[in-house]
Design a protein around this ligand. Structure first.
Ligand SMILES: Nc1ncnc2c1ncn2[C@@H]1O[C@H](COP(=O)(O)OP(=O)(O)OP(=O)(O)O)[C@@H](O)[C@H]1O
Ligand SMILES: [Mg+2]
Length: 293
């Protein structure tokens, strides 16, 4: 991929036929026949190792466009490690090695021809702790579009307003655009970070426990925002909060590692309603009913 790769170009270079199934027995398709939305991300036998320790093992799953997919499971089961595979953030961890294949719109994101910076543009990320850049509210949003050369100053102003509106933050910060991003409340900072991701027009947004540092009201605002955003974007969220997964997500993958915190795997993947009301695996049931984790 070059600096100018568009989603259309990404799609155009897709292999004609993705395999219909992955390795035997692995959770793969979460959707029933009623799901009309296409697969946007396909994970095939994805693994993550840190040195010799296997943190994630043999994960196969399809992620659907314009849906919220939640990754849940006990601490250390590999949720963040798996999430970081989806936009090549593990590349930035020297001891991390990713195996398997991940297709974004049919393109293998780990192939040599693909630029990780472009992958991260198409697949943005929001972290646990809001991390505004040490600059004004406006410059936080303008930073990405400017780097990508996305237009004149007038156009940048439009992008800033559009992203802040889309993140339901505009009304609260319209008169504070020149103030430091770090001066906003925690919940506002997190929506600023979401707006910063939206400003470069991604296809997918990854969120790693985006509400864990927020109070209940700020949390509900982010959850409402997610349901708005999913009309246009695909969201994958890691959450420890099972009520949150049940409230916001369409699909849920339950992950579990071995007793020694190794080989995190997806144990069960399905429609959120099914996972929470009628889990097929005893381990999923034990987890969602609070028996461990
Ligand atoms: N940079 C790293 N170097 C070495 N080991 C790591 C690194 N990051 C994670 N691990 C290990 O990989 C395993 C999975 O960690 P990960 O952070 O993905 O789990 P998690 O499910 O996100 O946990 P939590 O819910 O606590 O955030 C753990 O055993 C962890 O110690
Ligand atoms: Mg984590």
């Amino acid at each position: 991929m070059t600096e100018t790769t568009s989603p259309e170009q990404l799609a155009a270079s897709a292999p004609a036929h993705l395999p219909a199934t992955a390795s035997a027995g692995a959770p793969y398709r979460a959707a029933g026949p009623a799901e009309t939305s296409p697969v946007v991300l396909r994970l095939e036998r994805v693994g993550v190792k840190y040195g010799h320790r296997s943190a994630v093992d043999n994960v196969c799953m399809d992620i659907y466009k314009n849906r919220i997919t939640a990754l849940i499971g006990p601490s250390g089961c590999g949720k963040s490690s798996l999430l970081r595979c989806l936009n090549r953030m593990n590349d930035l961890i020297p001891e991390a090695a990713v195996s398997g294949r991940i297709y974004l719109d049919g393109v293998d994101i780990n192939s040599d021809a693909v630029d990780p910076v472009q992958v991260r543009r198409h697949v943005g990320m929001v972290f646990q702790k809001p991390n505004p850049f040490p600059m004004s509210v406006k410059d936080n949003i303008a930073f990405g579009p400017k780097r990508l050369g996305l237009g004149s100053r007038g156009r940048i102003n439009e992008i800033v307003e559009g992203a802040l509106r889309a993140a339901t933050l505009w009304e609260e910060v319209a008169d504070k655009l020149d103030q430091p991003g770090t001066a906003l409340s925690g919940g506002q900072q997190q929506r600023l970070c979401i707006a910063r991701v939206l400003a470069v027009n991604p296809e997918i947004i990854l969120m790693d426990e985006p509400c864990s540092s927020l109070d209940p009201i700020a949390t509900l605002k982010i959850e409402d925002l997610m349901r708005e955003l999913v009309r246009e974007y695909t969201i994958v969220i890691v959450t420890h909060n099972m009520q949150q997964a049940a409230r916001v997500s369409d699909y849920t993958a339950f992950m579990l590692a071995s007793e020694h915190g190794l080989h995190g795997q997806v144990i069960e993947y399905g429609a959120t309603k099914e996972i929470f009301t009628n889990p097929r695996d005893k381990r999923t049931e034990d987890y969602i009913t609070g028996r461990f984790g």
